[in-house]
Design a protein around this ligand. Structure first.
Ligand SMILES: *Cc1c(COP(=O)(O)O)cnc(C)c1O
Length: 416
């Protein structure tokens, strides 16, 4: 019987193979038909310390026996309290409040609602959100609205709300971005600016400098506009530091974290907020509370996994691993990036990317899936974005495994 599963971002009409994975360890996936595949994109950017990390697995098993799930409106539990305290200890001290949800998209939805609630609480309602060109913040209607418009959301476009778009700060054109933000803020109706700090993931692994991020922060501060940092992908060491914002000395008013929050083992997200954002919701009037919840808010098992992730960050040399992985990625980029077939070799922390030069025309649409199939045949899990090939492995990937990934990319260059 054929599978009843409807997969995400999958055109089932094409009948492409869908490998079945039975187990995983570290950077390796083991398939039902006996193959061992290197997970070079951390199972879509979530796995940080490696699959089935023993401490995270143990924490999940342990918590599942004690308390599996609890209503979180008006009730609380130890794993959530420990996690909130743990996050406060390692995140910027200005971010005093922790709101739980269960995916990157919901953490962004909550961030947007917090920004609107902030203005409502101040008695000067504002609803206009500013976004960066090429950004991605999720796939719900709200997060698609604040993300780039394209083939991914064309069908839903009439339902997406209007936002103000600030040009991407491409190298040498940063001033245009800053000017656009200043001009937009002068309109006086801006509720928030939302950015992916330093690295736009789904937009094509586009990078911009910390100086620009710091200037964006300055402009927001001067205009009294809250800055939302979507660190769903960039957080947890991806860009070389715990948060990407750190490299710019920037503290956002609202911070979104998910993906690596549990080390990538189970779904969980938090939206952290400054005291000013929280305060604006405080009153004796129930009408001004933050109206958001999902059934599994702060699920205890997920919180326990996140607490194990924080313990790994405390006890293990995670930043050293990240630095070593970054250096190894840079070596490979320096070698391959020299080939005439590639453009824009670039790296930030553990993320390395380059663009495959392509012939003009509709070629681009089919290139990514063809490349993906090519890599799959070589037991490497990569998922290019258009003509952008990127490597974003778990921090525990071995030098041999990483070499196998880059060898496959080198081979692809000759074949395409
Ligand atoms: C992945 C991602 C999201 C969405 O997270 P989900 O858990 O897939 O909902 C939001 N923002 C950024 C920057 C992301 O990379």
């Amino acid at each position: 019987m054929t599978s009843a599963v409807w997969h995400p971002f999958t055109q089932h009409g094409l009948g492409e193979p869908i490998p079945q994975v039975t187990s995983a360890k570290g950077a390796l996936l083991h398939t039902e038909d006996g193959r061992t595949v290197i997970d070079a994109i951390s199972s879509w950017w979530v796995t940080t310390h490696g699959h089935c990390h023993p401490r995270i697995v143990a924490a999940i098993a342990d918590q599942a026996e004690k308390l599996d799930q609890l209503i979180f409106a008006g009730w609380t539990h130890e794993p959530a309290e420990t996690l909130a305290t743990g996050l406060r200890a390692i995140m910027p001290p200005e971010l005093t409040r922790v709101f739980f949800s269960d995916s990157g998209s919901t953490s962004v939805e909550v961030a947007l609602k917090m920004a609107l609630g902030y203005w409502a609480g101040r008695g000067e309602p504002r609803h206009r959100i500013l976004v960066l060109e090429h950004s991605y913040h999720g796939d719900t209607i709200g997060t698609m609205s604040v993300g780039a418009r394209g083939v991914f959301n064309r069908t839903y476009a009439p339902l997406l709300f209007d936002v103000g778009t600030i040009p991407f700060p491409a190298a040498g054109r940063e001033q245009a971005t800053l000017d656009a933000l200043e001009a937009a803020c002068r309109e006086g109706d801006v509720a928030a600016l939302i950015v992916e700090p330093l690295l736009l993931g789904a937009g094509g692994m586009l990078m911009y400098g910390p100086e620009t991020l710091a200037r964006l922060r300055d402009i927001c501060t001067a205009a009294g506009v809250p800055l939302i940092a979507d660190e769903v992908m960039t957080g947890w060491g991806r860009t070389g530091t715990l948060l990407a914002c750190e490299q710019a000395g920037v503290v956002p008013d609202i911070l979104c974290l998910s993906k690596g929050l549990t080390g990538g083992a189970v779904p969980l997200a938090v939206t952290m907020a400054s005291e000013a954002i929280y305060d604006a919701h405080l009153s004796q009037d129930r009408a001004t509370m933050l109206y958001h919840s999902s059934s599994y808010t702060a699920n205890p098992i997920a919180c326990a996994a996140a607490n194990a992730n924080l313990a790994i960050w405390r006890d293990e040399p995670v930043l050293n691993r990240i630095a070593a992985l970054g250096a190894a990625q840079q070596d490979r980029l320096d070698t391959l990036g020299r080939y005439a077939h590639f453009d824009n070799p670039r790296r930030l922390g553990t993320v390395a990317a380059l663009d495959l030069k392509t012939e003009e025309g509709g070629y681009l649409d089919t290139l990514a899936p063809q490349l993906m199939a090519f890599f799959r045949e070589r037991d490497v899990l990569l998922r290019p974005l258009g003509n952008t090939v990127y490597v974003m492995p778990p921090y525990c990937i071995t030098p041999e495994q990483l070499a196998q990934v880059w060898d496959a990319i080198g081979e692809a260059v000759i074949s395409f």
